[in-house]
Design a protein around this ligand. Structure first.
Ligand code: SAM
Length: 340
């Protein structure tokens, strides 16, 4: 039934030809052959896979057994040699994925009850795993709504403070609801939720955080392709040209907000070089005392069976692009460390 409902809603979507034409020109130049297979996936919503992120604060009785019986497997290895230094083995985060495009129903919001899982594109866990929050750290999620990554951060460790910020009031309210649905009242003192312009936080709270996530507003390739009409498609393409400036300002604000030695992770869900590598390169060139850090090879290795990492030139950050059977992404991630 769920699959039938999914098929019905996917078949109702129409691709916006204006946006597709633009993507064809840009991405075949930027990604070459890799765009072909990503394109096939983006144009076929019936092939899209869904990840099931478990909520460690809820009652998970029977859920894992049910998912396993349905053919789901855990994205991250859960057991390892105790002496292994693998990044992922210390993380309690559990995300179940399926090799087929099956989708279980979302859970409704019931005040006072914690949801057991959150459906997501599993590649959106990459920025969170790259941030690698440790117990007690002060963390800022600069562009947080609807809260998928805030929620994932809380699955990886218990921070000293998680400050979730979102500019848009409506989306800020949605973020509050997400946090209420997944996080127990006894731990809510660890959360602070604001709706500020993220560009101002660096000057209001300089050096206040150990880690900052900038999951930037971007031209979300998956949804832009399904823009309902040509006029809106053209509007979005115009807006797209404004995004790199906003993204650079948000990233600079994040670097000001993190303490010396702290880490900033920048992510988007577009394949556009102008919003990914070019943003990071421009900020590195203009912001003193910042270095680019490679993502942990162990993390990449442990995810490579499921995620398709694109070959980037120049190789600034990592980009997961959808491929047949590995439809996760697009998701771009880059990690910066403030030296002083
Ligand atoms: N991190 C979220 C998640 O995983 O659920 C998704 C974030 S979405 C890619 C980017 C968000 O940034 C949008 O909700 C948008 O409203 C917000 N945004 C846009 N401009 C902003 C700004 N200047 N300051 C803070 N947030 C902003």
């Amino acid at each position: 039934n769920t699959l039938a409902a999914q098929c019905k809603s996917a078949s109702r979507r129409k691709v916006c030809k204006t946006v597709l034409k633009h993507f064809d020109a840009q991405y075949s130049e930027e990604l070459g052959e890799q765009w072909r297979s990503a394109r096939d996936v983006l144009l076929n919503p019936l092939s899209w896979q869904y990840g099931v992120l478990l909520n460690r604060f809820s009652d998970l009785t029977n859920l894992k057994q049910c998912l396993t019986a349905l053919g789901y497997t855990n994205l991250l290895p859960q057991t390892a040699h105790p002496e292994s230094k693998s990044l992922t083995t210390h993380i309690p985060l559990q995300c179940f994925i399926h090799r087929d495009p099956v989708r279980i129903p979302t859970q409704g919001h019931h005040p006072g009850w914690l949801k057991q899982y959150y459906l997501l594109n599993a590649a959106s866990l990459l920025p969170v795993l790259t941030l690698n929050v440790k117990e007690g750290e002060n963390v800022l999620d600069l562009c947080a709504a609807p809260g998928g990554k805030s929620l994932a951060i809380l699955q990886t460790a218990t921070p000293g403070l998680l400050h979730c910020n979102e500019l848009d009031k409506h989306r800020h309210d949605w973020l509050l609801k997400t946090l209420e649905s997944y996080f127990p009242p006894t731990l809510r003192h660890l959360l602070s939720v604001t709706h500020l312009d993220g560009r101002s936080i660096g000057s209001v709270r300089p050096g206040a955080y150990d880690k900052v996530l900038v999951d930037a507003p971007c031209s979300n390739d998956r949804s832009w392709l399904y823009t309902p009409d040509t006029h809106q498609g053209e509007m979005w393409l115009k807006e797209r040209t404004q995004l790199p400036l906003l993204q650079k300002e948000l990233l600079c604000s994040a670097l000001a907000a993190v303490r010396p030695g702290g880490v900033v992770v920048y992510s988007t869900c577009t394949m556009s070089r102008a919003e990914n590598q070019s943003v990071v390169e421009a900020v590195l060139a203009s912001y003193p005392g910042v270095e680019l850090q490679d993502l942990e090879q162990q993390l990449i290795d442990s995810l490579s069976d499921n995620f398709h990492f694109a070959h980037l030139h120049p190789s600034v950050g990592q980009l997961v692009i959808p491929q047949k059977g590995k439809t996760w992404g697009p998701m771009y991630v880059s990690r910066l460390r403030r030296i002083y």
